[in-house]
Design a protein around this ligand. Sequence first.
Ligand SMILES: [Fe+2]
Ligand SMILES: [Fe+2]
Length: 369
Amino acid sequence: MHYEQRNPLPIPAEGAFESVRATVETILDWQYELRKQNLLALYEKGKTLTWNANDLDWSIDVDPERLVRQRVAGGAATIMNSVMNPPIHLSDEELVRMQLNMNAFMLSQFLHGEQGALIATAKIVQGVPWEEAKFYAANQVADEARHVEVYHRYLTEKLGLSYGVNRELRQLLDAIIEDPRWDMTFLGMQIMVEGLALAAFGVTRLQMADEPLIQDLIGRVMQDESRHVAFGVLSLADLYKEMTAAELREREDFVIEATHLLRDRLLMEAVFERLGWDVRIWVDWAKTTPFMAGFRQMMFSKIVPNLKRLGLLTPRVREEYGKLGLLQFENMKDSVEDPEVTPPQELVELLMRFMANSAASPGGVSSAA
Ligand SMILES: [Fe+2]
Ligand SMILES: [Fe+2]
């Protein structure tokens, strides 16, 4: 595939290349025994359902500014000022810039997360002890390369606005890559990062309902991601039951740390910086206003039931998740029960209210996160 990088991504202050020492004990499996049928079925499905970046219609003219301006002109400004309750009343122009930048920030972090997934999954190919899991992970590596490709093309060729990797996401990706234990790679990538991505992709798709190229792109990526998350859940099944208390405690610490990093990356500090707004005031707003808190909580709607299924919603994790308002998702379907991703009804309603033509109060979401 060839495409023109019209708007290259911003390079981090530390430079274009980052070197991380990935430590992984590599296992070769000489018996090639294929026991886990559920992983083999997933592998077959992955191969059958693969697609090519060229299948997307890249000739579609993407003009997000026109779409956002139409929405604002259609009355969304009043609703946004009411629902989001910003620290100052935002003019139409400010609302347009904020929306475009938040959108570009989210899509850019999707791209960076995809690169992390590409690297982490390659590490799983090496470290996981069973042949059938190596097969699936290899299939996922190819998926992730394609995801990097399509998000990168979309951002540089179509959107023209992009962000470098967010500090917290980078910290989490580095931690996942550096950790020598194969189950931690699964836990960090397939359960936490990809679990959050599934919910976040769903939200972006709803928010950009009037842009056909991103609809097709995210729709295809989400189908792959739902298999990736299922891969993690199936591979880690029963593992934590056999662990010692000390080993389990390390996993709990990892989950809690990853949760904080994923939540903080959604405060979108870089957006306020780019807009030239008072970062302290706006980050404080992002932390406390019910709309933004509800938005962050819903990003965990897939992670929580999956952690529960794996036996990682332990009293310690539960206590932390209670404080963050995340236990509301514990009885939702996990990725084995519901491999397709149904965005939480609460989320759909919130967004519909946000985009509808009548003012409404957010209600129903607590401000804990
Ligand atoms: Fe991906
Ligand atoms: Fe993935």
